[in-house]
Design a protein around this ligand. Sequence first.
Ligand SMILES: Cc1ncc(COP(=O)(O)O)c(C=O)c1O
Length: 368
Amino acid sequence: MTDYTSMANGGLPRISPYQAGKPIEEVQRELGLSEVIKLASNENPFGMSKKAVAKCAEALNSSHIYPDSNGYYLKQKLFEKFGYDPKTITLGDGSNELINLIFQTFINNKVNVVIPAYSFVVYPMEATVADAQVKTIPLKDWVIDLDAVYDAIDSNTRMVVLANPANPTGTAVNINKLKEFVKKVPHETLVVIDEAYNEYQKEEDFDDTAKWIAECPNLIVSRTFSKAYGLAGLRIGYMVSNEEIASLVNRLRAPFNVNAIALTAAIEALDDTDHLKMVVAENAKERDRYVKYCEDHNLYMIPSQANFVSIDFKRDAFPIYDALLHRGVIVRPLKGYKLDTILRISIGTHVENTKLFKALDEILKSLK
Ligand SMILES: Cc1ncc(COP(=O)(O)O)c(C=O)c1O
């Protein structure tokens, strides 16, 4: 028998496929439930801007034409909104594709990658596929320890990858410390800041990090329309880097990697600032309800600046996850991260969160 696994490139045979949150339809089918809510994949419960939806419907009529492979109008919109030179922007089929392209462009089996512990699982997966050495840096009180990350950088470190706010912890680093850190990293080491959740950050911890690239040519900032803009199902993200890096990553990108509907939706979503403000304000309000719930029930919630919270139940959390599932609420166990006592819960609408609290009340009482 031919051993095809041994023929696969790099460390690919050593990774497991990415485990996505359970789809609603699957839980309905398997458990015979009619009403199921999903608070498992950090999606936006308010959906995308209604103005964007209307434009997408129009754009569907032109779907027989390939999309603009260079995303001219979206790049212009990003320039208009944030001042990023279009030559420094690369568009991706979700920011996940951009992370994949960055690793493919720069990482190989001769270099190491520095990644904080409990980072988005895709980073170590990509590093393993590239057969690179991974240096995992412990967190300090669930927050990325920038001093320890800096100390781990050596002459062979090709890249540092930081999510800010991070997933699955939801914590953000102090923005001034982050700037100091980025400024002192040697230019031979790339620093990727993954800002999938940055729209949800507290104002005092926010800065337009993509503007730092003028001073720090080794910085790459990745963003997504999947979260606060609510376009997860359309798959679109962008990264900002220096022009040379953008040009390299752009060579790897498949032609037409971002579809026309996603391009249209992203342009409209950027313009609908009222929708974005509503989403962020509602999320903050509902996040406070989780803080209160955890205080009232003596549970530890990792301080979150994102659209999800991770709660430590101080016991094996899998039975709680399973009991929630049977009550029609899908959340995310963090067993894959070896955080067996923690569940990650995406913040839903007021009604959805109320349903979660009620189900959790019943479950916690029954476990006493
Ligand atoms: C930290 C982080 N980065 C990137 C992504 C990828 O998002 P997308 O590919 O939808 O842009 C996610 C998705 O959950 C995430 O949590």
